[in-house]
Design a protein around this ligand. Structure first.
Ligand code: GRF
Length: 197
């Protein structure tokens, strides 16, 4: 039985592309939808070019009414009937109700070595704190932000003269390796944390 995967993005979608490109051959999953809260998200056109159905539910008209936004998002997701959701640079914080509905089958990638630096501006905060290493984490999504069980991490060194941008670029390379590797393990039922170096 093929596992159906939906990917939610808010921006350019570089992680989404790596996930889609990984689900080929004997991979047990296939992408069935790429969705966004921003109809202008650059990743939507890239997903369509890869032959994946796309959709967008603009969050702005909902003026902060998250349950109302999520009700429409949920209905669009149900049309594609995914088994698993991958958040890949999806920048809307989801309500507990929405997360509980997908609990145990919704993954997220976060650009820090969780539990350190939950939230935003992870690279600037790691540099300010004088860290010697940084990285990224793939975790199961739970109601608390960036808090769910970790399924994989990749570590990178922080180098002399690093800026948030140079560090982000080095971490992104590892994100593109980590997320596809963790997704394949996950859909094969292997939830033991993966450590990439
Ligand atoms: C990534 O760094 C991801 O960790 C973070 O948002 C960024 C999205 O990048 N949550 P992209 O849209 O996948 O290129």
């Amino acid at each position: 039985m093929t596992t159906r995967v939906a990917i939610l993005i808010s921006g350019g979608g570089s992680n989404m592309i790596k996930l889609v490109e990984s689900m080929v051959g004997d991979h047990p999953a296939r992408p069935v939808l790429v969705g966004s809260n921003d109809p202008e998200a650059g990743g939507l056109a890239k997903a369509a070019a890869l032959g994946v159905p796309v959709m967008a539910v603009d969050h702005r008209p909902f003026k902060g009414d998250r349950p109302a936004f999520e009700a429409v998002l949920q209905a669009r997701l149900e049309e594609a009937a995914p088994d698993v959701i991958c958040l890949a640079g999806f920048m809307r914080v989801l309500t507990e109700g929405f997360v509980r509905r997908w609990e145990g089958r919704m993954l997220n990638i976060h650009p820090s070595l969780l539990p350190k630096y939950k939230g935003l501006h992870t690279h600037a905060r790691a540099l300010e704190a004088g860290e010697t290493e940084a990285g990224c984490s793939v975790h199961l999504v739970t109601p608390a932000l960036d808090d769910g069980p970790i399924l994989g991490q990749a570590v990178v060194p922080i180098l002399e003269g690093d800026t948030p941008d140079t560090l982000a670029a080095r971490v992104l390379v590892q994100e593109h390796r980590l997320y596809p590797a963790v997704l394949e393990r996950f859909v094969r039922g292997n939830l033991t944390p993966l450590q990439l170096s």
